[in-house]
Design a protein around this ligand. Structure first.
Ligand SMILES: [Zn+2]
Length: 245
């Protein structure tokens, strides 16, 4: 095993670590999960006369096995997150749909045919901006689909409950599936609902509509839910198991 040392980095076998001298007592090594960068921090030579280049090199060699194990582990942990933006599967109404990206000479758009989401992009779309463009197109498309589904549900539920909703806003929310302002007859629903079975959307919508009559989640509220959606508890449990991404 050969090793090489420059003023700022040390290479041992297959790894290269940044070397910093600090006002510390003991030598240590760190691996940064985000970048995979390895850093060896050693005390200044004037603080610890043992901390010669040879000593640091020997330390790096002794830690090599640990460093490689850590790097492998971190790669495993980071992998799903890194793959997410280019994931070729999109959830739509509880079903996994393949997402296929191809080029078009017409306007960039999304087509949904035979259970497949086709993202059509103009050829000049640069790779750097492509992912962002796909995300933006998908978000817009999902919003349109969700708006349509909500309109159909409102057409069914408004007359049943004797309510007219003034406005439904679709948002990306981190912690809630829906919320409402009964005084202004407004409802907000999470865009993420499009990824789940349509019954979940109906449950959240009916839940918010029930708040037009009852503000809390007490017995009166539950009674309302029982009368409109008798199986609402099952849907609530399923939705609680689903994570908001
Ligand atoms: Zn509520």
């Amino acid at each position: 095993m050969h090793s090489k040392l420059t003023s700022r980095s040390i290479t041992v076998g297959s790894i290269t670590a940044d070397l910093v001298r600090k006002r510390i007592k003991h030598i240590n090594v760190r691996i940064y999960a985000q970048t995979g960068r390895i850093q060896i921090a050693a005390p200044h030579l004037r603080l610890n006369a043992r901390m010669t280049i040879e000593h640091i090199r020997a330390f790096a060699v002794s830690k090599l096995g640990w460093i490689i194990r850590q790097q492998t582990r971190m790669r495993h942990i980071r992998l799903p997150k890194r793959e997410k933006p280019s994931a070729n599967i999109q959830m739509l109404w509880g079903k996994a749909c393949p997402m296929v990206i191809s080029e078009t000479h017409g306007p960039s758009r999304i087509q949904f045919t035979d259970g497949e989401l086709r993202v059509l992009l103009r050829p000049k779309a640069k790779k750097k901006t492509r992912d962002a463009l796909v995300m933006a197109l998908m978000g817009k498309w999902q919003k349109t689909q969700l708006t349509r589904a909500i309109r159909l549900l409102l057409d069914r539920w408004e007359p049943v409950m004797g309510i007219e909703v003034a406005r439904v806003t679709i948002l990306k929310m981190k912690t809630r599936w829906g919320s409402c302002t009964p005084a202004r007859r407004r409802i907000r629903l999470n865009l993420e609902l499009i990824k789940h079975p349509p019954e979940y959307l109906e449950y959240v919508l009916v839940h918010e509509l029930c708040h037009f009559f009852e503000s809390g989640h007490g017995p009166a509220f539950k009674q309302l839910m029982d009368s409109y959606l008798p199986h609402w508890r099952k849907l609530r449990a399923a939705l609680n198991d689903a994570q908001i991404n």
